[in-house]
Design a protein around this ligand. Structure first.
Ligand code: FES
Ligand SMILES: [Fe+2]
Length: 455
């Protein structure tokens, strides 16, 4: 791999060196985070966890629901973040609202299920106080037994900011936070052709993984470990020549080529997996006269032809969006691998009280389809024959990571992260040393440290 010699970390490997500056594939300017190691106590200390509870989670946009989960007034879902719980609902005017799931009377959880429909508002089961869908208190039982001064405190539900992007409903506890779409930055434009608002969650699997949530975020923010942990995908995945873009607000992305063999594999001839990739999109692989590097453009052309035949509009996509992984990191705890056929969304939430665990949701989204001719990339782990009609909302499947079930790639990472957690806690470990293939990790932690500066 002679290309090692010419690596320019300020540039990484642009997916299209000729991309105009206003194109979705344009390389963003380098952001220098230096070379200091990432200090390890953030991954295990109770103080760090507490600092994040006070200074990070109440300040950032947290994804709470999809709009289609709550179509009608009174529909609601409960969203849990660490020790907090929120009700995200539709009010009588069809607006989105979010409240702390806490009764202002004596602090009871207002609702204790995962969601449902309460068009008449919310009644607290402890003493039957009632709240309208806009959060105002409608009824205080035996109001005459409260002294007036007691009730001049706030008796409405505590509301938080609630904004939606492409059907994703986010909440923010900080009244002064910048708007959601401003936080998301270039992703808002880049995501447009995919019509994410019209996609539906086809599968959502949840597991408790045995590491800090940031070990999860870090792990999925680089492809450097792929050759070691997931060598099975190297025949169709160029893990090395990635374009990395660092954006404002801790956001970043990585563009990596599929339908393109890793340079680590070093084969001159077409491998079997590239053959299979071509067959998947209707190319006669046996008659293909090109070499390994010709497969990716051929797959792009074939995908456009297939889309036309199926009546899908691919005109808004760049060629490399048809084959490659466009992986966005939404600060602080969401990653999205975006493809025309579907989205792999990873959601890393802190455990309520154990810094050595996190709640991991692995979500596959697609445009609803009657036939299964267009499938999302295999790495997303959607089982054969899965219902992708979108008719029924996907139930959350709770699984034990030790038993597998997330798909091969994720199952490999689950065991790995538990080992990383143990190693990081050694007295001998002096902090993560980052290559520039891992510059998204440095970018994430620089932003995290800005939030935690006051700790
Ligand atoms: S705690 Fe809710 S009504 Fe008393
Ligand atoms: Fe991995």
């Amino acid at each position: 791999m002679s290309q090692h010699d010419v690596y320019d970390y300020r540039l990484t490997w642009p997916i299209n060196p000729d991309a105009p500056a206003d194109s979705a594939e344009a390389k963003a300017p380098f952001v220098d985070h230096g070379t200091a190691p990432i200090s390890p106590e953030r991954y295990y200390s109770a103080q760090w966890m507490e600092a994040e509870r006070r200074l990070l989670w109440p300040k950032v946009w947290n994804w709470a629901a999809r709009e289609e989960d709550i179509p009608e007034p009174g529909d609601y879902v409960v969203f849990t973040l660490g020790r907090e719980s929120f009700i995200v609902s539709r009010d009588d005017d069809g607006g989105l609202r979010a409240f702390f799931n806490v009764c202002p009377h004596r602090g009871n959880r207002l609702v204790s299920d995962d969601g449902g429909s309460r068009p008449g508002g919310f009644t607290c089961p402890f003493h039957n106080w009632r709240f309208a869908l806009d959060g105002t208190v409608d009824h205080i039982t035996d109001r005459e037994t409260f002294r007036a001064e007691a009730l001049c405190r706030k008796t409405d539900l505590a509301e938080v900011r609630c904004e939606s992007w492409e059907g994703f409903v986010f909440i923010n506890m900080d009244p002064d936070a910048k708007p959601l779409t401003e936080h998301l930055g270039p992703l808002v434009e880049h995501a447009r052709p995919y019509r994410l608002a019209e996609m539906r969650i086809m599968r959502r699997v949840r597991a408790v993984w045995e590491s800090n949530w940031k070990i999860g975020v870090d792990g999925f923010n680089e492809a450097y470990h792929v050759h070691a942990i997931h060598p099975q995908i190297l025949p169709v995945f160029n893990d090395y020549h990635a374009q990395i873009d660092l954006y404002a607000n801790g956001m970043s992305r990585m563009l990596t080529k599929f339908a393109h063999e890793s340079p680590r594999a070093g084969n001159a001839a077409l491998n079997a997996a590239l053959h299979a990739t071509m067959r998947e999109v209707g190319i006669d692989a046996d008659a293909f006269s090109g070499g390994p590097a010709d497969v990716r453009p051929a797959v792009q052309t074939a995908k456009r032809a297939r889309a036309e035949r199926l009546g899908l509009d691919y005109s808004g996509f760049l060629d490399n969006q048809l084959t490659d992984d466009w992986n966005y990191d939404i600060f602080p705890n969401i990653q999205m691998g975006i493809h025309p056929e579907g989205v792999s969304m990873l959601y890393f939430r802190p455990h309520p009280d154990d810094p050595r665990k996190f709640i991991f949701d692995v979500i596959v989204m697609m445009h609803p389809q009657a036939n299964a001719e267009i499938l999302p990339p295999a790495y997303m782990g959607l089982p054969q024959g899965w219902d992708i009609s979108g008719r029924e909302p996907a139930e959350i499947e709770q699984i034990d990571w030790r038993e597998g079930g997330l798909g091969e790639l994720f199952d490999q990472d689950a065991g790995l992260f538990a080992e990383v957690q143990r190693g990081i806690e050694s007295l001998s470990f002096k902090g993560s040393i980052l290559s520039e293939q891992e510059q998204r990790i440095g970018h994430f932690h620089a932003e995290l440290e800005r939030y935690l500066a006051a700790r």
